[in-house]
Design a protein around this ligand. Structure first.
Ligand code: HEC
Length: 131
């Protein structure tokens, strides 16, 4: 009888530990998701056949909500450290993006052109995207 209890307790403890490890790993995976990648996926990329929000914004077709998200996204970029390349260059590019998205939000007349120039995928990826 005593032995049974011990087995029972042991199994219980092992189970708890396993749960703890699992939860810990899940958390680690969450915090490892790169905020820059998140922003890229959310605003610069879209499923096949649909326009990403960055394209809609250039065409003046982004909704108020989408523009609000875009501004938030670029705030995140501006706060993050570039995974590669010069910090000053990253700051300049992300600050321009943020300013352009805020101009879009305000409906400034030259905002679309300003944004088009700022959201230059290749220029930024060449300088700051790790291979
Ligand atoms: C201000 C700089 C900047 C601009 C502008 C930019 N990107 Fe990125 N993008 C990055 C960086 C930095 C990474 C790499 C993130 C990492 O690996 O940590 C990246 C990664 C990506 C990724 C990979 C995400 C992933 O899950 O690995 C995609 C897709 C992407 N960008 C699409 C675009 C597109 C499309 C545009 C243009 C419309 C664009 N980006 C404009 C900085 C930029």
């Amino acid at each position: 009888m005593k032995r049974n209890i011990r087995v029972f307790v042991t199994v219980g403890i092992v189970g708890l530990l396993a749960n703890g490890v699992l939860a810990w790993q899940l958390n680690a995976a969450d915090s490892k998701e790169d905020p820059i990648k998140e922003v890229m996926k959310k605003y610069h990329k879209a499923p096949k056949g649909t326009d990403p929000i960055c394209k809609k914004a250039q065409d003046g077709l982004a909704s108020k909500e989408e523009l609000k998200g875009l501004v938030e996204g670029y705030k995140i970029l501006a706060k993050e450290k570039a995974p590669k390349g010069d910090a000053a260059s990253w700051k300049e590019k992300t600050t321009k993006l943020l300013a352009a998205s805020e101009a879009l939000q305000k409906g400034a007349p030259d905002a679309a052109a300003q944004y088009k120039e700022a959201v230059n995928c290749k220029a930024c990826h060449t300088a700051h995207k790790p291979d």
